[in-house]
Ligand binder design. Structure first.
Ligand SMILES: Cc1cc2nc3c(=O)[nH]c(=O)nc-3n(C[C@H](O)[C@H](O)[C@H](O)COP(=O)(O)OP(=O)(O)OC[C@H]3O[C@@H](n4cnc5c(N)ncnc54)[C@H](O)[C@@H]3O)c2cc1C
Length: 584
């Protein structure tokens, strides 16, 4: 079946104001803040825009920590081995090498910036273990509040340069689209600022480089650990700008999300993997341990393995959750090591000190996203992507725990360094782009989606493209999404309708990829094709939008053995991969 046409621009009002900067950074998580701070330090002028408050993204929610080979017995090569194993043959090993080798220095630079990680009794950064890691390599802060501490340190650094006229910060600014020039280079963004005054309403910002650091897409599902801002805006905007997206079918469902009943929706409390790292045990509802027979790493197997095992245990027992048993870790330890998690459980009437904690998988992380190279460059010139919104090749079919904060940090630094080289030598000022009519005018269908369609998309995605997928479920999902397209009407532009339209675009591509990939691998579990199929499927599904909004999807098979594939922008043919046909 074919995908419905998607909008090529989001309908907005005519821009009432404009501004310019060398670098426009969209998003204020670890990725966006790193690019913004380091680009400014390199002498570039920066405009940082963020959808709500500066700290509203996933970064501040990260619990477990940040992975890096910092321990005396560890080394980047071991970090690489674990990351490649988690990615099930689809990582780009050269990207993983960049992550693992540059990671330790970048974590130390966070410390220099002011981030306070926990220390061991020698005064070194204390390291713990998470699923899929064979070494203690997770630096953490505030017990289980690592992301909050990293976000605090980065925002404090931003605060220290608040008087600098060459960095401008606009909060409550939703970027609707990336603007491209006649030669199809990114040259600005359209944004809507909730507020009044000089920069209220719709504006146009011109930049010599545009960096999308908009985070995840968890809100495309009914239940997710992601915050409300995670509506996939960056992936949708990149598609509309003509960029390629890849690996969207690989959705990581975190195995241990607090189960609050079948009708719970929106952002759900996460019980970090670090709790199992410290010795907590999974049991089915009859009290039986089930992970030891399923994987050599037992309760600390990679996330996809644990999520699938939990779903199997739930099916075996007819229950809607399993138990996480942390009681033997003791009150003192649990309250000191996991203060946030303990408090959040107690808010819901569950005390991990005395009670078994009900958990079930929920959407957690997008392993795919906007395709980039090792410098964060997308397939549209001057458009970059960084952090969870990007697909650098680091995660393959499944992200290794605590690699995502690190990826935002490492690629944030790389992008800033590259922009400094590229822009400091080039022509000076950025110009406000000339708005083209298509940016503002709704030209018939497809248009914006009513915000009421959001719940429909979320429940359809949870039903059809959740932890376990099937041919019939995916077919039905795509039919439901297509039907929604025909019901679309011209609605009043605004944040809720823009977000809903973005969720719809992301859902459409994700569902198309999931249906196409007739195998089981990493974050994609297809019950009618339960085996990994390297002969046909060791490679990437890639999509982009055609000029009329049609979705073009193709498959690029990796050459050579699983451990040696590497794909750089230069040596791949963006349009030369095997043409995808729906019948395959
Ligand atoms: C509960 C939870 C726990 C986690 N634990 C860990 C962990 O322990 N270790 C780890 O490595 N990873 C963890 N992760 C994943 C990790 O937190 C994220 O992948 C990472 O923080 C993403 O950083 P980012 O900068 O890419 O995006 P985010 O931090 O999500 O920031 C995205 C930013 O973009 C802004 N934005 C979005 N759309 C727009 C728009 N249209 N216009 C303007 N601004 C926009 C948002 O407001 C936000 O500021 C966890 C995630 C969650 C949800």
């Amino acid at each position: 079946m074919t995908a419905p046409n998607l909008a090529r621009r989001l309908l907005t009002e005519t821009p009432g104001w404009s501004t310019t900067a060398d670098v426009i950074v969209v998003g204020s998580g670890i990725a966006g803040l790193t690019v913004a701070l380091r680009s400014r330090a390199a002498g570039l002028s920066v405009l940082l825009v963020t959808k709500t408050d500066l700290s509203a993204g996933a970064t501040a929610w990260a619990q477990g920590g940040i992975a890096a080979a910092l321990g005396p017995e560890d080394c980047p090569d071991e970090h690489i081995t674990d990351t490649l194993a988690a990615g099930v043959g689809l990582c780009d090993p050269s990207a993983v090498r960049v992550l693992a080798e540059e990671g330790p220095e970048q974590v130390r630079s966070l410390v220099d910036l002011g981030a306070r990680f926990e220390r061991d009794h020698h005064g070194d950064i204390a390291l713990t273990r998470e699923g899929g890691h064979r070494r203690d390599r997770i630096a953490h802060a505030g017990g289980d509040a690592t992301g909050l501490e990293i976000s605090r340190a980065l925002l404090a650094a931003l605060d220290r340069i608040v008087q600098d006229p060459r960095i401008e910060v606009i909060e409550h600014a939703l970027v609707t689209d990336v603007v491209t020039d006649d030669e199809h280079r990114a040259c600005g963004v359209m944004l809507h600022v909730l507020g009044s005054g000089r920069q209220g309403g719709v504006g146009l910002a011109g930049g010599r480089a545009i960096v999308l650091a908009t985070g995840g897409l968890g809100q495309v599902y009914a239940a997710t650990t992601n915050p409300p801002v995670a509506t996939g805006d960056g992936v949708a905007a990149a598609l509309r700008a003509g960029a390629e997206v890849t690996d969207l079918e690989f959705v990581q469902f975190h195995p241990t999300v607090l189960w609050l009943g079948r009708s719970a929706s929106g952002q759900q409390p996460l019980i970090s993997e670090a709790v199992r790292g410290e010795g907590a045990i999974l049991r089915d509802v009859t009290g039986r341990r089930f992970m030891s027979t399923r994987h050599a790493l037992g309760d600390l197997a990679p996330r996809d393995v644990v999520a699938k095992s939990i779903v199997a245990a739930m099916a075996d027992t007819g229950a809607e959750h399993v138990w996480l048993d942390a009681r033997h870790l003791g009150r003192q330890f649990l309250e000191r090591r996991f203060p946030t998690i303990v408090a959040r459980c107690r808010d819901h009437g569950i005390d991990p000190v005395a009670d078994l904690v009900p958990v079930a998988p929920a959407q957690h992380y997008a392993s795919g996203g906007i395709r980039t190279d090792h410098l964060g460059r997308t397939t549209v010139e001057s458009l970059y992507a960084c952090g969870e919104v990007s697909a650098t090749g680091v995660h393959g079919a499944n992200r290794l725990a605590s690699n995502s904060l690190l990826e935002g940090l490492v690629w944030g630094q790389r992008i800033a360094e590259h922009l400094s080289d590229r822009l400091n030598d080039g022509p000076t000022a950025a110009k406000p782009p000339t708005p083209r009519p298509a940016m503002m005018e709704h030209r018939g269908r497809p248009g914006l989606l009513e915000s009421t369609a959001r719940a429909f998309v979320q429940s359809a995605m949870t039903g059809g493209a959740g932890v376990i997928r099937s041919t019939s479920g995916l077919t039905e999902l795509r039919q439901r999404l297509s039907a929604l397209a025909t019901e679309r009407t011209v609605v009043t532009p605004g944040p809720r309708t823009w977000e809903t339209t973005n969720l719809y675009a992301v859902a459409t591509v994700l569902a198309a990829h999931a249906q196409a990939r007739t195998e089981t691998r990493g974050g994609h579990w297809h019950s009618d094709h339960p085996d990994r199929d390297d002969r046909n499927w060791r490679g990437r599904l890639v999509s982009r939008l055609g000029p009329d909004g049609t979705l073009q999807t193709w498959f690029e098979h990796f050459d050579g053995p699983a451990e040696h594939q590497s794909r750089e922008h230069e040596d791949r043919a963006p349009h030369g991969g095997a043409e995808w046909t729906e019948a395959r």
